[in-house]
Design a protein around this ligand. Structure first.
Ligand code: GDP
Ligand code: MG
Length: 180
């Protein structure tokens, strides 16, 4: 008999088109990476079960299906979110500059009870490209942004090389549990 508690956490992944949201999710859930660029098809979310201390946690990870380019994501997408992963591409300045908009958009659409303590995390993805020589946003800049918004944790990731992907998802899951 297991006395473990089960918890469902809804995780929202946001950021500009092309930053690697779908790739991060695929790497995390399916341990797969594809160079091919294609809009997400099918389900609105994927799930992954993880163990955090005495809890069995089901992460329900919601990815956009390409609508982030031209239309709003709709209420169902944001409803009941427990945490939010913001993603930018360290090689694309614009994807960093739009983080303010994504953050605002999330707060407006999801209207969390306490926006100040709501668990966000920032991921600077594609750090593998060109051995880091083509990056245009420094870790320092990213951490300054995080500090200005409320001390969001910052992780540098590569969906391609599976760098920091598990760590980032685990971190945000723990924050969401603590905020429960
Ligand atoms: P999304 O629009 O944010 O979902 O971005 P995708 O996950 O579709 O990725 C866009 C493109 O970037 C695809 O060609 C991916 O293969 C590529 N990509 C995603 N993550 C990485 C990464 O960490 N490193 C590299 N080199 N390419 C990546
Ligand atoms: Mg995508």
């Amino acid at each position: 008999m297991s006395s473990r508690r089960r918890t469902l956490l809804k995780v929202i992944v946001l950021g500009d088109s092309g930053v690697g949201k779908t790739s991060l999710m695929n790497q995390y859930v399916h341990k797969k990476f594809s160079q091919q660029y294609k809009a997400t098809i099918g389900a609105d979310f994927v799930t992954k079960e993880i163990q955090i201390e005495d809890r069995l946690v089901t992460l329900q990870i919601w990815d956009t299906a390409g609508q982030e380019r031209f239309q709003s994501l709709g209420v169902a997408f944001y409803r009941g979110a427990d945490c939010c992963i913001l993603v930018y591409d360290v090689n694309v300045r614009k994807s960093f500059d739009t983080l303010d908009n994504w953050h605002e958009e999330f707060l407006n659409q999801a209207s969390p009870t306490d926006p100040k303590t709501f668990p966000f995390i920032l991921l600077g993805n594609k750090v593998d490209i060109d051995g880091g020589n083509s990056r245009v946003v420094s870790a320092k800049k990213a951490m300054e942004w995080c500090a200005s918004k409320g001390n969001f944790p910052y992780f540098e990731t590569s969906a391609k090389e599976d760098y920091n992907v598990d760590a980032a998802f685990l971190h945000i899951a723990k924050l969401a549990l603590a905020n429960d």
